[in-house]
Write a new protein. Structure first.
Length: 394
């Protein structure tokens, strides 16, 4: 079997999947900016340091509608894309595992640069490393994908929720004052080396070896669900599967609201966070992608969501661009606004810059087929320089 292949042609793209990917980039940015701006997401104290009612309302909205919803959506789409790639490679007689494995190794390379030089909250390295586990599932049955996905998600989440509940009502709510002050000093007033040192500390805090089971159990099930749905072609042919998609939409909406919003009627207990993020977040991710797919089949929905597809087609480049923008805006070697931007202004910054990204992405795609990082990723994956410019018609 051959070990090179060809990338997806423009005519083969599913615009609503690009739009869903663009929505994921927006949602990830909405969660990342507050974490880029201040250490409270990692070390506690958001409610204390941003005490106004407006700030608390915004934090609640982000927690319900954004937190754990969009990296899971991106995870679902990641698995969906891997399965689409596998099918194309299989039809053309290429070595699926070798090409996909090389693609994942290149993603790991991007992740290493991003995680340690730009943003400790990087997802690329985790996706690349955990994505390697998908090589064991590429040729397994659809039922196997679904069974493993549910087993990993439900067992792990239930076990740790019970464990946290058994710790009593005092679990959670701690604030690490010394870590907060150190982050403020290094990010807000340190040198580039101080920033990188703090970045490593923060990355290791969330990516220590003992935390990797949590990462695997939150990402791998969504990868597998994405692969399963890609095989079923529900999102490829939404008109033919409208009844199934609507049923999925209703079920995931109820799970989304039940696990993410209802806890706020019971003071949002810390021990329930695993259920809130893993079950509620996973359900909300699928709810969002199905919603975008169904809306995109209608002319008004396509008009409203089409701008998202530009960002989605350049998702890797736009994700890194968001981090570079935040790096310069918040850290001391740039504008030095670390710890000074309250939640309301964080939301305004996200919306403003995302609108800029839609315009830039549309402008770029008028001339080029791929984003700059997408082009590099494809070139390295297929071992052949890809044509980046659009072919002129006529």
């Amino acid at each position: 079997m051959k070990d090179t292949g060809t990338p997806l042609r423009e005519a083969e793209r599913l615009e609503w999947i690009d739009a869903a990917r663009g929505l994921a980039i927006f949602g990830i940015f909405m969660v990342n900016v507050p974490a880029f701006n201040a250490p409270y997401f990692l070390y506690g104290g958001e409610e204390v340091y941003w005490p106004s009612a407006t700030s608390h309302s915004i934090q609640m909205i982000i927690d319900i509608f954004f937190q754990a919803s969009f990296y899971t959506l991106f995870s679902f789409l990641f698995g969906f894309g891997i399965e689409m790639m596998r099918e194309r490679l299989a039809v053309k007689g290429f070595n699926e595992k070798r090409v996909i494995g090389r693609r994942l190794m290149i993603l790991i390379g991007f992740g290493l640069i991003h995680a340690f030089l730009i943003w400790h909250g990087d997802i690329l390295l985790s996706y690349g490393l955990i994505g390697l586990l998908l090589l064991f599932f590429l040729n397994r049955s659809s039922k196997t994908l679904l069974a493993w996905g549910f087993a990993l998600l439900l067992f792990f989440t239930s076990f740790f929720t019970f464990s946290l509940y058994s710790m009593g009502p005092d679990y959670g709510g701690w604030v690490n004052e010394s870590a907060i002050e150190q982050a403020k000093a290094n990010y807000g007033g340190g040198s580039l080396l101080d920033i990188w040192s703090q970045n490593w500390n923060d990355w290791y805090y969330t990516n220590a070896p003992m935390n990797w089971p949590f990462l695997i159990m939150s990402l791998l099930p969504m990868f597998l669900f994405g692969m399963y749905v890609a095989r079923k072609k529900w999102l490829h042919q939404p008109a033919a599967h409208q009844a199934a998609l609507f049923s999925l939409w209703v079920v995931t909406l109820l799970l989304f609201l039940g696990f993410k919003a209802v806890p706020y009627f019971f003071d949002n207990p810390a021990w329930f966070q695993m259920m809130q993020d893993n079950i509620g977040g996973s359900a909300s991710a699928i709810f969002y992608v199905v919603s975008v797919t169904l809306l995109y089949q209608r002319s008004f929905g396509k008009r409203a969501l089409h701008g998202l597809s530009y960002v989605g087609r350049l998702s890797l480049s736009n994700y890194i661009l968001q981090s570079l923008f935040s790096f310069l805006l918040f850290y001391s070697i740039g504008f030095g606004l670390y710890g000074q931007v309250p939640p309301l202004w964080s939301v305004i910054i996200v919306i403003f810059f995302y609108i800029v990204q839609i315009s830039l992405s549309k402008w770029w795609l008028n001339t080029y087929q791929f984003g700059p990082l997408e082009w590099l990723w494809r070139t390295l994956t297929y071992g052949k320089k890809q044509s980046i410019r659009r072919r002129q018609e006529g």
